[in-house]
Design a protein around this ligand. Structure first.
Ligand code: AMP
Ligand code: MG
Length: 328
């Protein structure tokens, strides 16, 4: 049995997890930086990660009941992410790999979101609708790569909802509150912005905030914001599904918690005789098991391990640049 340890540190979360090559998660220990003041100062986040890193790695080993010497490889999130956070993961991974004299594998964080989603839903080859705070991308595997078929031209879906929420005093994160308020709202027209296969949310949010100042009720705006943005996402997902001729859609990222978004994508899939899946919520956010699993796929399929003296972080690593060796 192959056993690997993965480290996540692209943004607010530092985590360590152990998986085996059967796809079993043996441990998954994560700690997220929080602050009273709201903002996320990258150097404070890195300080937090450095403070807890060793303790988290030890806990991941002990919870999995695995000894260091039984590990076959180490993997870490090489990017994309915030450089000060990424550096902590890199240092810890390098330290362990060199101490244990085992291979070091660099994982792409977005790819890890996709692959853990596939593992947990048992989907084979879906169109991914990836909607998190900072990211919004429609992705599918084609011609040996994960290709981005459409993406936001400005902010991510979650951040757009959070921005609107902040301006109308819903607190953070606003996504769940918007979903609740939307249940009591009715439709008012907001701008609908799809350009080719890409999406833009910031103009819609500005328009909604201005409408609120003019006296339009929160409930109606929350409902209309969801209906508009989620229709845009569904439209692009549908076109990607048709273009790639795939039969599954997999929703991942924090916004996947939203029932209305699930409902719209599910309806579209039924009309196209495709199947809709949503990743289990507790695995939608950032965590280390997804990195460990991504590393496992790479460890088993290619032998391009990182040179310990030359490894670097890749803060802007796009998913379409990843060499996909594990899908045959
Ligand atoms: P992530 O970046 O993947 O950790 O996801 C966090 C984002 O998901 C935040 O922007 C939240 O506002 C958003 N979110 C969480 N729950 C919901 C929900 N029920 N509806 C819409 N957005 C949500
Ligand atoms: Mg993430």
């Amino acid at each position: 049995m192959v056993i690997g340890l993965g480290i996540e540190s692209t943004a607010h979360t530092f985590g360590a997890a152990i998986v085996n090559d059967k796809g079993k998660i043996l441990s998954n220990v994560n700690k997220t930086f929080t602050t009273e003041k709201g903002g996320m100062n990258p150097s404070d986040v890195a300080k937090h990660h450095r403070k807890y890193a060793d303790e988290i790695i030890l806990r991941a080993l002990s919870e999995a009941k695995i000894k260091e010497k039984n590990l076959d490889f180490i993997t870490f999130s090489q990017g994309p992410g915030l450089p000060p956070s990424l550096v902590v993961g890199k240092e810890k991974a390098k330290e362990l790999a060199s101490k244990l004299q085992i291979p070091l594998v660099g994982s792409n964080h977005i790819c890890a979101h996709l692959e853990i989603g596939k593992l947990l839903t048992k989907t084979k080859d879906p169109v991914f609708v990836f909607v998190s705070g900072a990211n919004t991308q429609i992705i599918a595997y084609e011609s040996e790569r994960y290709r981005i078929f459409g993406e936001t031209l400005d902010v991510g879906m979650g951040n757009a909802l959070d921005k609107f929420g902040r301006d109308i005093n819903l607190g953070f994160p606003a996504g769940p509150k918007i979903e609740e308020l939307a249940k009591k709202g009715k439709y008012i027209e907001l701008p609908y912005i799809v350009k080719g296969m890409d999406l833009s949310f910031s103009g819609i949010v500005t328009y909604a905030i201005q409408s609120h100042k003019k006296g339009i009720g929160k409930e109606d705006l929350c409902y209309s914001l969801q209906e508009t943005c989620f229709s845009m996402l569904t439209e692009v997902a549908e076109r990607a599904l048709a273009h790639c001729n795939k039969k599954e859609v997999l929703l991942i990222g924090g916004v996947a918690a939203n029932k209305r978004l699930c409902e719209m994508l599910d309806k579209m899939c039924k009309q196209r005789k495709a199947k809709f899946y949503s990743a289990p919520l507790k695995h939608c956010g950032d965590h280390a098991a997804m990195i460990a699993w991504q590393g496992m796929l790479q460890f088993k399929s290619d032998k391009n391990f990182l040179d310990l003296d030359e490894i670097d972080i890749l803060p802007k690593w796009r998913i379409d640049e990843v060499e996909v060796s594990w899908i045959k």
